[in-house]
Design a protein around this ligand. Structure first.
Ligand code: VGL
Ligand code: ZN
Length: 199
């Protein structure tokens, strides 16, 4: 069984959103086109409460892009994004949700961020996604979505390292935030080193 994991294809990560990924919308037609090739399609949704510790706005005097310690973990401060039930947290209206059989929320605990769709950043709690796929008999996953240098990367790394799934990332299915211009290339290298099949 081969699953397609749609990572955070939400308005706030698309052009016009509060944490927009440049040309993020360009991956959507490609993703819609491959969905029928998979046994199972699932999606992750970044789903933050307003008081989330990853928002610069919740740390007076701190700026977006600064790194702080949040409960002992390094945390980049982001603009407010993907607030539960907001327009920005909704999936893109252009994304075909027809075959998505399950949605997994992440980043709901204000004290810890969750880049991976499988675990929080401290690997303290799982989202249930990895266990769900195992129970469905999945052995192989393909990860697409946003952003290549954060949530997509950490989802693929957990899929291969923590769950032992044969894990693919097609380059056409993702785009990066690129705080530094080479973050996309570095993320692809890091995934390859961990055993992810980047195509
Ligand atoms: C993401 C930063 C903060 C992502 C989520 O989906 O890549 N990035 N929250
Ligand atoms: Zn987030």
């Amino acid at each position: 069984m081969h699953a397609l994991i749609l990572v955070d294809i939400q308005n706030d990560f698309l052009p016009g959103g509060s944490l927009e990924v440049k040309a993020g919308d360009e991956i959507i037609p490609y993703i819609n086109g491959i969905m029928a090739d998979f046994d199972i399609v699932v999606a992750t949704q970044d789903w933050h409460p307003m008081d989330h510790g990853s928002f610069a706005s919740n740390h007076p005097g701190k700026n977006i892009g600064e790194v702080i310690k949040l409960e002992g973990l390094d945390q980049i401060l982001w603009p407010d994004h993907c607030i539960q039930h907001s327009k920005g947290a909704e999936f893109s209206r252009d994304l075909d949700m027809h075959r998505v059989q399950m949605i997994f929320h992440k980043g709901t605990d204000p004290k810890i961020d969750s880049y991976s769709g499988l675990y929080d950043n401290g690997h303290l709690k799982s989202t249930g996604l990895g266990e769900y796929l195992k129970a469905e008999g999945v052995t192989e996953v393909t990860c697409v979505g946003l952003a290549a240098d954060y949530c997509l990367k950490f989802t693929a790394l957990d899929a291969v390292k923590k769950f032992g799934f044969k894990t693919h990332v097609p380059v056409k299915g993702t785009k990066a935030v690129n705080i530094n211009p080479d973050d996309f290339a570095k993320s692809l290298e890091e995934m390859k080193k961990a055993g992810v099949i980047v195509s």
